[in-house]
Design a protein around this ligand. Structure first.
Ligand code: COI
Length: 349
């Protein structure tokens, strides 16, 4: 059941204790945002509802339950040293949600409505934005077909919901495995959009990866089983022995916002040679001195070992490398307003 969030709504008593390491886990805070679209009324103005104890009422015929009409986003609010709250590239998340929605023939909120909802959720739950360098407030916007259908067809009602949780690092392990039997996306499929099905189908490969002591699966392309695509929830990069930063070109991979930011920082701040192209797995195993993965949740973590066809390959000398660390630091400083933001990426609350 949904109850509007008012001055009388109960406030969560949980006191944020930022000294305990934060995990990347679901939590229920004071308020979340919900808006609905119907064929008759279009987007109704959204509003805040109580988050703790909230449940959703859905028709058993809701498209999302049968045919998976659903997409989501992830973005972060962080606290700067000066105690300002800042979001990183939220408009890009809003735009990507619209692209994902278009691929699934869903109605998506206008960019400004997405931004207003995200800001309202941060403002209302502001005491859970972790302290400076103690973690992030992860904002999770969801959009799903809530209207009933029986045949395969688009829903006639959509629900847009935004909640947030204080989080620490997602994943963070430095070994990945290439599983010969698992592909993430096919050419012209849905790999380039952030739809839930891509993540549901990653659960089994992820479990297999963990059983092999790896943080995640690294997927190869579905056509030739040779070119690196990405991890289940993060983009992939390698730094070759000549210093070139390579990453798989867009096509069937997610156009990550952290990925795009890393490419810009590498080119425009560090003046590295940066190439988006096909990246054969053998090239990474033989020519890479560093590798890493990136995402909003995953941030930027080194890959020091790739298991390919049952054989472990160390990347470079098998230790986290300096250039991945430089990129991570630069990105962190830009996000926290400690380096110039030439691109207007940071939005203050
Ligand atoms: C993110 O990085 O924000 C994502 O949505 C990835 C998800 C697997 C946690």
């Amino acid at each position: 059941m949904l109850r509007p969030f008012t001055d009388q709504s109960p406030r969560q008593q949980l006191q944020p204790g930022w000294d305990d390491a934060l995990t990347f886990s679901y939590c229920e805070l004071d308020a979340m945002w919900v808006a609905r679209w119907t064929t008759e009324a279009g987007w109704e103005p959204g509003q805040l509802f109580e988050h703790a104890g909230a449940t959703l009422e859905l028709s058993p015929g809701a498209n999302v339950l049968h045919y998976g009409q659903t997409t989501f986003e992830g973005l972060k609010a962080r606290r700067t040293r000066e105690d300002k709250i800042v979001l990183f590239r939220p408009i890009d998340n809003a735009r990507r949600m619209r692209q994902s929605a278009a691929r699934l023939l869903m109605e998506a909120p206008p960019v400004n409505d997405f931004l207003d909802a995200a800001l309202a959720v941060v403002r209302t739950n502001i005491k859970w934005v972790p302290g400076y360098q103690k973690g992030s407030f992860y904002i999770r916007p969801l959009l799903f077909g809530s209207g009933p259908v029986l045949g395969v067809q688009p829903a006639k009602e959509y629900t847009f919901l935004v909640y947030g949780c204080p989080v620490g690092q997602y994943m963070g392990g430095d070994s990945v495995v290439v599983l010969s039997s698992a592909h993430r996306a096919a050419p012209h499929g849905t790999g380039a959009v952030k739809v839930a099905g891509n993540y549901a189908s990653s659960l089994q490969p992820q479990k297999a990866a963990k059983a092999m002591d790896c943080v995640d699966a690294l997927y190869l392309d579905a056509r030739e089983d040779r070119y690196i695509e990405e991890l289940s929830g993060a983009n992939f990069f390698a730094i070759l022995y000549d210093g070139t930063l390579v990453t798989p070109a867009l096509g069937s991979i997610l156009p990550g916002i952290t990925r795009a930011s890393i490419l810009t920082v590498a080119k425009e701040i560090f003046h590295w040679n940066v190439v988006e192209r096909l990246v054969p797995i053998e090239e990474v195993l033989t020519d890479a001195v560093e590798a890493f993965y990136s995402g909003t949740a995953a941030v930027l973590s080194p890959v020091t070992r790739i298991n390919y066809r049952g054989v472990d390959h160390a990347i470079g000398d098998g230790n986290p490398g300096p250039r991945a660390a430089m990129l991570r630091q630069a990105l962190n400083e830009i996000q926290l307003q400690e380096r110039p933001d030439y691109w207007g990426w940071v939005v203050e609350l």
